[in-house]
Design a protein around this ligand. Structure first.
Ligand code: BDR
Ligand code: CA
Length: 306
């Protein structure tokens, strides 16, 4: 099994990503940590707990993380509704967070591991940057870090993607850390669109989680369609799919830097696809998705859920 720790800000696509991880026989979910992003950390934490309860994720600890970005004021997203998981109502959870802060939980879990944990941050990188700064020795313990963020274009500004823009200083710390980074940015995630055909296939499964995923997609969908997309872009789901089967993704090993100073470019990931800087590559940047296999992976995994 591949052992992963998801750091998230649920978030509709975060929710679907957690569900795929929980349902996959290939994944062991060792922890869920939360951060401010799509909505504030109180809400993302409550959502994470609700999702765990709904999806029967009993033994995985949930730890609450950073309330604010490292330097700037917090921003929130606008496609996930007020609760962060718009379109669905889940009961108040009985599961609670552990007493430890997410940053300490990440550090301890990595230090106690045999170096076999993959970090999967699918929200702003605040917790990860804080963990690296607090305990740099975790770096050698991280097998891989599969990040949803960045791209060669933006979705919150023309240049920046939401997760990197929400805490660019944190993203800069992570990209300068010499970690084995896989960056699943917008160039890739915009190939993962839940079209009507995809939704029909999910609808035909008819179990609790597939119906839940469908409801989430319905709400998310309407927001993306207003922006001219054919359906919902399921960004975060791509990271978990990558952990399950990286062969669905074509990547390039290149140098990536994060802009933190220029206002117009704040949070932009500068991806040196042509190698013009001559700098040592520091990230595997995902560029192409095998869409057919990607959706089959989700659908087959949801089908197995009982
Ligand atoms: C990212 O921002 C959030 O809205 C999504 O959950 C995803 O992590 C996409 O830019
Ligand atoms: Ca997210």
């Amino acid at each position: 099994k591949r052992r992963i720790l998801i750091d998230c800000d649920p978030g509709i696509d975060d929710t679907i990503a957690i569900i795929l991880a929980a349902c996959s026989p290939i994944i062991e979910l060792v922890g869920i940590t939360t951060v401010s992003g799509n909505v504030g950390v109180d809400k993302t934490t409550l959502n994470a707990l609700k999702i765990c309860e709904f999806a029967g994720i009993a033994d995985t600890p949930v730890a609450r993380g950073a309330e604010r970005p490292l330097v700037r004021e917090p921003i929130t997203g606008d496609v996930h509704g007020e609760s962060g998981i718009g379109g669905v109502e889940l009961p108040f959870p009985t599961k609670t967070v552990i007493g430890e802060h997410a940053v300490d939980f990440i550090i301890r879990t990595l230090l106690e591991s045999e170096g076999d944990i993959t970090l999967v941050p699918i929200g702003p990188l605040t917790n990860i940057a804080l963990a690296i700064r607090k305990e740099p020795s975790i770096i050698s313990k991280i097998q891989e870090i599969v990040i949803m963020g960045g791209g060669t274009f933006g979705n919150i500004t023309p240049a920046a993607e939401f997760n990197f823009y929400a805490d660019a200083e944190a993203a800069a710390v992570v990209f300068a850390s010499a970690l084995p980074i896989t960056m699943i940015g917008l160039d890739l995630t915009h190939q993962a669109i839940a079209t009507e055909t995809v939704k029909d296939q999910i609808a035909s499964i008819d179990n609790d989680v597939s119906q839940f995923v469908l409801e989430l997609l319905g709400f998310y969908d309407s927001n993306y369609k207003k922006m001219g997309f054919e359906g919902a872009v399921v960004h975060d789901l791509c990271c978990v799919a990558y952990c399950i089967d990286s062969s669905l993704f074509a990547t390039r090993h290149v140098y990536v830097d994060i802009e933190t100073k220029d206002e117009l470019l704040y949070g932009a990931s500068i991806v040196d696809l042509q190698g013009v800087t001559g700098k040592q590559p520091n990230a595997n940047v995902a560029i192409h998705l095998n869409q057919e296999k990607f959706w089959s992976l989700l659908i087959n995994t949801l089908r197995q859920y009982s």
